[in-house]
Ligand binder design. Structure first.
Ligand SMILES: *Cc1c(COP(=O)(O)O)cnc(C)c1O
Length: 410
């Protein structure tokens, strides 16, 4: 009745999901182990160690949440927010809105500052707002995939630490593609994603948090067991963590030698994440970030040579996503449809105020390689010619090749 699965081999140049590493897909075929089998718990421990390495942290707590990246965000925010808590979320794109929505759903009293999509905040602006609002938590996005901008975090992290405020960072798009320095930037909790620069399918979210967060979680656990006061917040709501699935204090027991039963670990996804992380560490963090930067350069120079314009503040460009202004009079969706149908290439559109205005091209993980860059530039040029766009013909691929030649010589 239903045919065999037979999906096309696509060139995925979106900000996720990106092409999975072939080794990751093979790892997913590994036979299932029981979740308390010593062979499996050894894999859990190795994965924790590798998550610490990619987040550049000495934190003890580093493990994946089962679910997509927003599951990681929910686990972190839901476990530290008590109803009525003040949370500050500076918004510079779609995913700042997501942090706001999730914090509100867990009962936080959220305040926002906003900037134009395509810009980032000067750290001083955020720090002034922190001093005014005096929140318990500041939650921010590191790499805004919706706009292609990246927020500098170090100064904000330092200010939060000084003022004893928890600093939570969505590093979903950046982890494995550009530096995320959890300890150096004084980030208290960070959330990563798998289907972006780690080149693992969607379905897990590696997170890490430090002892400041741990202390809060342990306090809430005591309250839950009736071992500590006060057990109610200002508005008479119990202070216990509301979600069972995303309760980090229970997950800590599951990811510690106690191995207290919680959920059933997503076995094949853990195999996938372990292999994805192993590839990242084999390549080396610096080498991997340099590779991402090289292909981003080749793509950008190709797009500029074609006569296209990059959207957003270039000084704070996210190295793993390039936002391109759709030329006047061109139907962005028709171009994307032809790229997919005729060339097997997927690029992304955008959201909210940028819908219909920009395309977003990802250079993430395994998708971020020379063949794909040349393929997308050549194809985009052909499709734009077909759509009657006024572009410089024959230059894009040459400009990218120049970048690669220059790199080889140096
Ligand atoms: C993709 C993305 C998310 C959401 O990830 P899901 O895996 O779809 O839940 C959150 N934040 C940022 C910055 C992202 O790029």
């Amino acid at each position: 009745m239903y045919k065999d699965l037979n999906t096309s081999l696509r060139t995925l140049m979106t900000p996720g999901p990106v092409e999975a590493e072939p080794r990751v897909l093979r790892a997913m075929c590994t036979p299932i182990l029981g979740q308390f089998d010593p062979e499996f718990t050894a894999i859990m421990n190795e994965t924790m160690a590798m998550i610490r390495a990619v987040f550049q942290t000495e934190n003890h707590w580093a493990f994946p949440i089962d679910g997509t990246s927003r599951a990681g965000i929910e686990a972190v925010l839901g476990s530290i927010i008590e109803p009525g808590d003040k949370v500050l979320v500076p918004i510079y794109g779609r995913f700042g809105q997501l942090l706001t929505e999730i914090a509100e759903r867990y009962g936080a009293n959220v305040s926002n500052i906003e900037t134009v999509w395509g810009q980032v905040f000067s750290p001083q602006t955020v720090i002034e707002e922190i001093k005014k609002a005096k929140p318990k938590i500041v939650a921010m996005v590191h790499g805004e995939t919706s706009t292609g901008c990246m927020q500098p975090l170090r100064e904000i992290g330092e200010a939060c630490r000084e003022l004893n405020i928890l600093f939570v960072v969505d590093a979903v798009a950046t982890i494995g593609g550009t530096a995320v320095k959890v300890d150096e930037w004084k980030i208290d909790a960070a959330i990563g994603g798998t289907q972006k620069c780690l080149s693992v399918p969607a379905g897990m979210a590696p997170i890490t948090f430090n002892s400041r967060v741990e202390a809060l979680l342990l306090e809430r656990k005591k309250i839950e067991r009736g071992l500590a006061e006060p057990n109610q917040c200002q508005d008479n709501q119990p202070r216990i963590i509301r979600s069972n699935y995303f309760d980090l204090s229970q997950l800590m027991d599951y990811w510690s030698p106690a191995r207290l039963n919680h959920h059933t670990e997503a076995t094949s996804m853990l195999y996938a994440l372990r292999e994805g992380l192993r590839i990242v560490l084999e390549e080396g963090l610096e080498q991997r970030f340099n590779r991402h930067a090289l292909h981003e350069q080749a793509l950008m120079q190709g797009l500029l040579a074609m006569g296209l314009k990059i959207y957003g503040n270039q000084e704070y460009k996210l190295p793993v996503v390039t936002s391109v202004l759709i030329p006047e009079g061109i139907d962005g969706e028709a171009v994307r449809t032809m790229l997919l149908g005729d060339f097997g290439i997927e690029i992304a559109s955008s959201f909210g105020p940028l819908k219909g205005k920009i395309w977003r091209i990802g250079t993430m993980g395994y998708s971020c390689r020379k063949k794909n860059i040349l393929h997308v530039l050549g194809a985009l040029e052909s499709v734009l010619i077909r759509h009657g766009a006024q572009i410089n013909i024959g230059r894009a691929v040459q400009a990218a090749l120049d970048i690669y030649d220059h790199h080889k010589r140096n």
